[in-house]
Design a protein around this ligand. Structure first.
Ligand code: NAD
Ligand code: ZN
Length: 350
């Protein structure tokens, strides 16, 4: 089968032929129907050889959807042909966190080398994907996998972050979204669906600001040195109740702290390598700063319900598997509108 593999640190990924996996006991083999490209993959491919934690070559892709192709022994929860999403942050399944669906915070995953597909385990940017447990699959019925697959990460990560802040997003409140890309364009919609907050989107690109408007941002602002003043003007000096930093650089950290109000949540999702000084006088009084990771299994199920209701959608650019290396270049240079999604069956025949 074909697989998009990162094989050498510092080199672009390549489409290679590798053996098709077979499901062992308790596992599920999917024929991949869609796989999303995330900026985290770009970050991973920019790590140095010393920093790189996974075995190489690595089949990329941590946003996956597929049709069940084969079931390992003992799996009877799904049937061949079922259309599913893959819950990516695999945990041990047994601990305190996993029991509550929060496999994203499983403290045993790393020590037992349980890694998400595409981030250590073979990923979804391939013809077939092996899933370690039916627990990590969510049925999507007749939903279009191509437009649904971004919800496994680009949707789930902001959903998890926003849910925590809902008590602060009362009528008259403001939420600021920094970065209107793959995650950002879904975060803006989720804020509207889940809360009455006014949504202000910041980006460095006019095209991304146009997308932010299209998906419902109430205000859009260029993310420059004037942005903080404009957000404070829009909020009568009070600042925002929630700031989602979907970039995570030093610059956006400063912008986020400047936009945040007293008793606000400042949530850093982007892994842009920046840091933010937190201390008395450095962030607004009683501002809660957190850096969450991905989301819970229960939250992916909730999110699929929102997609079924038509409450949120994703904007996608579709690529064949062979075009994925170029699509990653586009993601790095900021030219993807919404989410880039690879469709293995949509590429040139091989
Ligand atoms: P993306 O490339 O699709 O979107 C990033 C957006 O940020 C782009 O629209 C870009 O123009 C904008 N941007 C860049 N610099 C900016 C600045 N200074 N101010 C405002 N906007 C700016 O990326 P994505 O796939 O949506 O991922 C967003 C971030 O979230 C990445 O850092 C990714 O690694 C991270 N991520 C984290 C988690 C987690 O669990 N914490 C999960 C998924 C993604
Ligand atoms: Zn991701």
């Amino acid at each position: 089968m074909r697989a998009v593999q990162y094989h050498t640190v510092g080199q672009p990924p390549e489409v290679r032929r590798i053996p098709e996996p077979e499901p062992g006991p308790g596992q599920v083999l999917l024929e991949v129907t869609a796989a999303g490209l995330c900026h985290s993959d770009v970050a991973v491919m920019n790590w140095t050889a010393e920093e790189f934690p996974y075995p190489l070559p690595l089949t990329l892709g941590h946003e996956g959807a597929g049709r069940v192709a084969a079931l390992g022994s003992g799996v009877d929860q799904f049937s061949v042909g079922d259309s599913v999403l893959v819950y990516g942050p695999w945990g041990c399944g047994q601990c305190h966190y996993c029991a509550r669906g929060k496999e994203n915070y499983c403290p045993h995953a790393a020590e037992r080398a349980i890694r998400p597909p595409g981030l250590g385990a073979p990923g979804a940017l391939a013809d077939y994907l092996l899933v370690d447990s039916p627990r990590h699959l969510v049925s999507i019925g007749d939903l279009d996998p191509v437009r649904t697959v971004p919800f496994t990460d680009a949707g789930l990560t902001p959903y998890h972050a926003i849910k925590k802040s809902l008590p602060k997003l009362v009528p008259g409140s403001t939420a600021v979204v920094i970065g209107a890309g793959g995650l950002g364009h879904i975060a803006i919609q989720l804020l509207h669906v889940l809360s009455p907050a006014r949504v202000v989107a910041l980006d460095i690109s006019e095209d991304k600001l146009a997308l932010a408007r299209e998906v419902g941002a109430d205000e859009v602002l260029l993310s420059d040195e004037h942005a903080v003043g404009k957000v404070r003007d829009l909020t009568a000096g009070r600042g925002a109740e929630l700031v989602l930093d979907l970039v995570g650089s030093d610059v956006t950290g400063r912008t986020a702290a400047g936009c945040a109000g007293v008793e606000s949540d400042l949530t850093i999702i982007g892994i842009g390598g920046g840091s933010l000084a937190v201390g008395f006088g450095l962030v607004p009084f009683a501002c809660s700063v957190s850096a969450p990771y991905w989301g819970g299994r229960d939250e992916l199920i909730e999110l699929v319900s929102l997609v079924e209701q038509g409450a949120v959608h994703s904007k996608v650019e579709v690529y064949g598997l062979e075009e994925v290396p170029d699509a990653y270049s586009g993601l790095e240079s900021g030219t993807i509108d919404g989410r880039a999604v690879a469709v293995p069956s949509g590429g040139p025949p091989t």
